[in-house]
Design a protein around this ligand. Sequence first.
Ligand code: G3P
Length: 215
Amino acid sequence: MKFFLDTANIHEIRDAAEYGLIDGVTTNPSLISKEGGDFKEMLREITRIVNGPISAEVLSTEAAGMLEEAYDLAKIHKNIVIKIPMIKEGMKALKQLSADGIPTNVTLVFNCNQALVAAKLGASFVSPFVGRLDDISEVGMKLVEEIVQIYDNYEFDTQVLVASCRNPLHIREAALLGADVATMPYKVLEQLLRHPLTDIGLERFLKDWEKVKKQ
Ligand code: G3P
């Protein structure tokens, strides 16, 4: 299972990369706008830190505009993955980018038929937003389960990238369901490492060792 970091914050990316746990990065317009600065320069910097897929989203809502942006972004680095919204015009652009061999991530996916369409058009990744479904009282992970099943049924190569992960349970469930990737905020990555019994256990070991040293 791959871990992507869902952020445009360079400090977080640099820090997380030191764990050696980061296989890629996902950004979106909201995350980019939180950081400020030049979008392309930010992406260039990320590609220097992480050697893996880096998702960058197009902003046009028409296929021609999306393609123009996509070709421009793809020039930045071979690891740039073009993030395309799951809308009709986006699917036209997706078909062309698949033919061009440019990696893509279809975003804002909220049902399995959308995921099926994206896979048929050759998407490299599909991003179901689990947290946002949970927010409206739908079980986000149910969608991941269905997409994994459908992709298995037809042996699609599209990777299931679980997005909008908000807590460690989302990562646990994504792993149990066999999702290919989970993208998570820095805070969730850190939460994966923690357990209170680990901290208590370590404290006790060190205290006991102090007694040995005194003997
Ligand atoms: O990966 C998509 C993510 O950035 C959206 O997360 O928490 O805004 O739903 P959230």
